[in-house]
Ligand binder design. Structure first.
Ligand code: C5P
Length: 398
């Protein structure tokens, strides 16, 4: 998952040899989950075909004010559709037109009508790049609030070596991802989340576990990543998958493993959310060999596992600590007692009496309880519940 997932990206391609790299750029943006539309200048079509880019972007490519039937290509709608516009490669000519508002092609009119952030990645020969007029255009564009993706040094199409090569597509994508992240509310915050069940071994093949799927914890991690956080996801056994460059996944099996990992990541956490269904007991003794079946009754002695959340509550310093409570009776009363006992800042109550809540379900029905407030939410998907939880946390955490 990338922060670009679901974003509408308008890619403007202008007439420089680096335009051939724009095909890779479209691939990378698509791979990151973005929806990409391409506008080209007439000159760019000399370097790379619109067919290549329409195939890769899965949208028609536009380059003139009207289409073949002489219908108007609506640059205003395109500009409004975009969450961000990227001009790559941006030639000296296009930079100058963007800086002066010389709107004699579709790309520039779209740029002028776009309300979204605009990024530009210049590409030109080294002497053109050094020329004061190029520098002036770039400075002007930066002063308008546009974001400059610096060219790289190296071999140029002219055969010369120097600064002016368009940034590599990977670097452009990383630039966009980082820049977007810096504006998100949880940027530079570390969030640790426990998720899933724990398995307490009886012997090498059997265990005591529970029905937790880990869905709620994974949705919380997804939402935290969308909000720009770095996330440690400490998860018990689950088939769920999540990939993101700001995600550190720590797979554990038993409550003791989860306890060790939680302690290890607690200090660096700004927010800690315990959504795991930790087994409360484990077998006192673990058999080294598989137990043989017999006719006789069989007992397993159990002992308590560590209460991870309560321990973290006793260590709490700067952390905002969130727990979950799954109750079947006296729900609010029990949840409030847990909030106090475990020294939490917030507890999410899900009641098994609510038809939409439960372990393997995709929906959840919650109440958020703090020391000052109880807020009840409608039954909704676990993804939207995760959003509600973070909306609430963002209101109370500075
Ligand atoms: O006390 P109870 O198990 O109902 O508390 C539930 C909350 O405590 C959940 O947030 C759960 O993740 C956490 N917990 C824990 N360690 C345990 C048991 C529960 O962190 N051993």
């Amino acid at each position: 998952m990338s922060i670009l997932s679901g974003k509408h990206i308008l890619l403007g391609i202008t007439g420089g040899i680096a335009a051939y790299k724009s095909a890779f750029l479209v691939r990378l943006l698509k791979k990151a989950g973005a929806d990409v539309k391409v506008i080209m200048t007439k000159e760019a079509e000399e370097f790379v075909t619109p067919l290549t880019l329409s195939t890769l972007s899965e949208h028609p490519v536009v380059s003139s004010f009207t289409d073949q039937e002489k219908n108007w290509n609506n640059h205003v709608d395109l500009g409004l559709w975009a969450d961000l516009m990227l001009v790559a490669p941006a030639t000296a000519n296009t930079l100058s037109k963007m800086a002066s508002g010389n709107a004699n092609n579709l790309l520039i009119t779209t740029y002028l009508s776009a309300k979204c952030p605009v990024y530009f990645a210049p590409a030109m020969d080294l002497d053109m790049y050094k020329h004061p007029s190029s520098k002036a255009s770039i400075d002007q564009l930066i002063s308008f609030g546009n974001k400059f993706i610096k060219p790289e040094s190296g071999f140029l199409a002219s055969g010369l070596i120097g600064e002016g090569r368009m940034a590599e597509p990977e670097r452009i994508v990383a630039f966009l991802e980082n820049d977007i992240r810096t504006q998100l509310p949880l940027y530079q915050r570390t969030i640790t989340i426990t998720a899933g069940p724990t398995y307490e071994a009886i012997d090498p093949v059997r265990f005591i576990g529970n029905h937790s799927s880990g869905k709620m914890g994974f949705e919380l991690a997804t939402q935290a990543l969308k909000l720009g956080a770095s996330v440690n996801l400490i998860t018990g056994p689950t088939h769920l998958k999540l990939q993101h460059n700001q995600l550190n996944r720590i797979d554990v099996v038993s409550a003791q493993d989860m306890f060790e990992a939680s302690k290890a990541y607690f200090n660096q956490s700004d927010i800690f959310i315990a959504s795991a269904a930790v087994s409360d007991y484990k077998p006192k003794e673990q058999y080294q060999q598989k137990l043989k079946k017999s006719e006789a009754a069989f007992k397993i002695d159990l002992e308590p596992t560590p209460d991870i959340l309560r321990h973290l509550g006793s260590l709490k310093a700067k952390q905002f600590l969130v727990g979950f409570a799954l109750e079947t009776e006296n729900e609010e009363e029990n949840a409030k007692a847990k909030l106090k006992k475990k020294n939490l800042d917030l507890i999410v109550l899900n009641s098994l009496n609510d038809s939409g809540a439960g372990f393997k379900k995709d929906t959840n029905s919650i109440r958020i309880i703090t020391n000052t407030e109880t807020k009840r939410y409608e039954t909704k998907s676990k993804a939207l519940v995760a959003k509600d939880i973070f909306d609430y946390i963002l209101k109370v955490v500075e």
